[in-house]
Design a protein around this ligand. Structure first.
Ligand code: SF4
Ligand code: SF4
Ligand code: SF4
Length: 243
């Protein structure tokens, strides 16, 4: 069975250790940033940040609440991005059976990023200046050698967890039950369709626009999730466009 992350936002202190560890392990360069009136930095995922701790503030009953969301690729069980990329670059994506990791290759160079991003219900993929499409790779080099992903290894609070999918689903169900004692609206974000399962204490929209799968093209969320669960069809007619 595949591996999964369980990301318990109730334990996240927004220390950003995971974000930094991801950059270090992948030897990604720094981004030029500026103060934008928020602790979230950089402003969004980009070609050099596969992991981003998102901050959002909400005024509730006169009290300010901070919600933290350590965003990353969900390694979808049936990834919609794969079908789109393969239409342009047949060897652009490897869906690793042993881990469930969705891995982009250098063959993604030149694939239209707008189409890939539009296909992703979580708005994850980004493009490097050289045209290669990139995102979290589940630290496949570490995981294949029995190590934890870098972001999980450094997390000091137990917010980031990683292991066999069933074990992570069990842990998620247990933490959800505990969380609902104080936060009755707590939910797991799309656990049936992803291998990065978030526990959220409140309405997902308060955390991030794409905290749960975002429908597009006039579909409602249920129709969209049904599409996610259906086998991806390779858009063969596009394959001729890129050699
Ligand atoms: Fe949150 Fe853990 Fe990341 Fe720190 S390392 S920001 S506690 S998920
Ligand atoms: Fe692809 Fe987006 Fe799913 Fe990651 S989250 S596997 S980029 S569709
Ligand atoms: Fe980054 Fe690896 Fe964590 Fe993915 S699994 S967010 S690549 S550190």
């Amino acid at each position: 069975m595949a591996k999964s992350f369980f990301i318990d936002t109730s334990r996240c202190t927004a220390c950003r250790g995971c974000q930094v560890a991801c950059k270090e392990w992948h030897e990604l360069p720094a981004n030029k940033t500026r103060q934008r009136g928020t602790h979230q930095n950089p402003a969004d995922l980009n070609a050099y940040n596969y992991k981003l701790v998102r901050f959002s503030e909400h005024l509730e009953n006169g009290t300010i609440r901070w919600l933290f969301f350590p965003d990353q690729c969900r390694h979808c069980v049936d990834p919609p991005c794969k079908g789109i990329i393969e239409g342009y670059a047949p060897d652009g994506v490897v869906h690793d059976k042993a881990t469930g990791a969705v891995l982009y290759t250098e063959k993604t160079k030149g694939v239209p990023i707008e189409e890939v991003r539009a296909s992703c219900p979580y708005n994850i993929p980004r493009q490097r200046p050289d045209g290669v499409v990139v995102k979290c790779d589940m630290c496949i080099d570490r995981v294949s050698n029995g190590l934890l992903p870098a972001c999980v290894k450094v997390c000091p609070t137990g917010a980031m967890n990683f292991g066999e999918r069933q074990a992570m689903l069990d842990l998620a169900a247990k933490r959800l039950e505990e969380a609902r004692k104080n936060w009755p609206d707590a939910v797991l974000a799309d656990p049936e369709t992803v291998n990065a399962i978030f526990l959220l204490l409140d309405d997902p929209a308060k955390y991030h626009d794409f905290a749960v799968a975002k429908a597009s093209g006039g579909m409602n969320r249920q129709q969209f999730l049904a599409k996610l669960l259906a086998p991806a069809r390779k858009p063969v007619e596009r394959m001729a466009r890129i050699g």
